[in-house]
Design a protein around this ligand. Structure first.
Ligand code: AMP
Ligand code: MG
Length: 499
């Protein structure tokens, strides 16, 4: 009889190098595991055998009932600022790292369970996760991936067969199998710093450098170089969120990665109507994590990372603070550059070619777009998507998004005047815009409806939604419902005469 090859190829560098930042731990048993979704394309990318993952023995591993060959599950320790308040000990309260899988092409990824039972870090929590939120993480992660935004992804979601208590009563429990380039967070550094063990902090920094920012190893001050690189990847990440109207919802320092991947899809959502004040989280009363605040919050989180790194930057606190401050001052300009670059692409403007005066004029034009969209109550996704229609000679669909169509006409006239091409080339530019401005994003009302159906036992809407958002730029017949804003939150329907 042949023996099945191991499911994963584990090589646990975190556990090996960073004792003191984790506990070996075991998942709680799941009484009746049921594989709800398995991410076939992701499995293939990682060199995993999807059939083997989906068979009875694979399911036992994915849900945490069996330990895969070569796996030593651990609960990771981290601290974090949650809504601005510091918690010295958060950590994987309901999660476990199964191991670091090394893909056939040499990529290293964490394979992590969420909802796998209480750990030493569980505090008051039950250690469990619910089917709805875990499927949400699957859907949004796939959407972000397809949009080209760095993100963790779900390999699988399994129902545990157990009902768990949540605010609105008992709901089906689930385990999410998450793949991430790592689970190093700002909060991991905060925890290491809080131990006062400078050697541990140093090893953590070296580990992060080797894993995510290897060029920092060559710098004269490696910790400073690491910090600068985290600033760089996070400045780009948050700019990309802004371009697609994504609101993370819980930008605590424990949800801010060192890799620059988006992590922890909780009360996150894509905006319909553009409004910087958009908040989806019911617990975010002050709007701390509102859409328009995200760049500022990120910068604040990066300042917390600096505090943790200070002992490594220099032996002299003043010098260390000066270094960190200077590096962090780079965040604003880097964010602005990424934001402008992306907005120029979304609008088909070419910034690089012109004189300084041209660039200033373009930047001023771009800068004014958010306020226009807000004042006109315009759907963010459709506005950008329908610009290609304008170039193809049909302004109607974009115009109809505006509360006052006259405001669109004036704007469109200035926009067309700024475009770098002759009208003859408009078709090509229109095609280009359609590759940048998505048509299908996981709009909140669609996500909610799909999750409700899934919780009631019907997974088809989740599958269809994932299909739509997995090719966000490719218009396909039959998916019209996936392009519309929520009926009560969308732009008001406006009729008008003459175009
Ligand atoms: P999150 O909001 O998912 O980023 O989690 C923040 C912190 O709370 C982390 O330390 C989690 O492990 C912990 N946590 C969240 N939900 C639970 C739960 N149901 N049981 C135990 N710990 C939890
Ligand atoms: Mg978290």
């Amino acid at each position: 009889m042949s023996v099945a090859p191991p499911l994963f190829t584990f090589d646990d560098s975190f556990a090996r190098e960073l004792e003191g930042l984790y506990d070996p731990w075991q998942a709680a048993p799941a009484p009746a595991p049921d594989l709800l979704v398995l991410n076939g394309p992701l499995a293939a990318e990682l060199g995993l055998d999807a059939d083997q993952l989906a068979d009875a023995a694979g399911v036992q591993v994915l849900v945490g009932n069996a330990v895969a060959e070569g796996s030593v599950p651990i609960a990771m320790a981290y601290s974090g600022h949650q809504f601005g308040n510091y918690s010295p000990r958060l950590g994987d309260g309901r999660a476990l790292l199964l191991g670091e899988h090394v893909t056939p092409d040499g990529r290293r990824v964490d394979v992590h369970l969420k909802g796998s039972g209480r750990t030493r870090f569980a505090r008051g929590g039950d250690g469990k996760a619910a089917v709805g939120p875990m499927l949400r993480e699957y859907v949004i992660g796939e959407a972000m991936y397809a949009l080209g935004i760095p993100t963790t992804r779900a390999l699988a979601v399994l129902a545990t067969g157990e009902r768990i208590m949540r605010d609105r009563g008992p709901v089906p429990g689930a385990v999410l199998v998450r793949v991430a380039s790592s689970h190093l967070r700002v909060g991991t550094f905060q925890y290491a710093a809080s131990t006062g063990d400078r050697d541990l902090l140093r090893r953590l920094a070296d580990h992060a450098i080797a894993r995510h920012h290897p060029s920092a190893a060559e710098a004269p001050n490696t910790a400073l170089a690491l910090y600068e690189r985290v600033i760089a990847v996070q400045a780009e990440l948050v700019a990309r969120w802004m371009h697609v109207g994504f609101v993370h919802g819980v930008m605590n320092t424990d949800n801010t990665t060192i890799s620059g991947e988006t992590i922890d899809y909780g009360p996150c959502a894509f905006m319909d109507r553009f409004d910087p004040a958009t908040v989806f989280s019911s617990i975010d009363h002050g709007g701390r994590y509102a859409y328009g605040n995200q760049p500022r919050v990120l910068q604040w989180n990066l300042a917390r990372l600096a505090e943790a790194l200070l002992p490594l930057l220099s032996d002299h606190t003043d010098t260390a603070v000066a270094m960190a401050t200077e590096a962090l001052q780079g965040f604003g300009p880097q964010y602005e550059t990424h934001w402008h670059d992306g907005m120029h692409r979304k609008l088909g403007l070419h910034r690089a070619d012109g004189s300084d005066a041209d660039v200033a004029r373009l930047d001023a034009f771009v800068q004014a777009v958010p306020e226009l969209l807000r004042a006109q109550r315009v759907d963010h996704t459709l506005f950008f998507r329908r610009l290609s229609h304008v170039l193809r000679g049909d302004s109607g669909p974009a115009r109809s998004l505006f509360a006052d169509p006259g405001a669109f006409d004036a704007w469109a006239e200035s926009w067309l005047a700024l475009l770098p091409v002759e009208r003859a080339a408009c078709e090509a530019l229109a095609d280009e815009l359609d590759l940048v401005n998505p048509l299908y994003v996981p709009r909140n009302h669609l996500v909610e409806a799909a999750l409700d159906a899934a919780v009631a036992g019907d997974l088809a809407p989740v599958r269809r939604l994932v299909e739509a958002v997995s090719q966000p730029f490719d218009e396909r017949p039959g998916l019209e419902a996936y392009t519309e804003p929520a009926p009560d939150h969308g732009a008001p329907y406006v009729t008008y005469c003459g175009t």
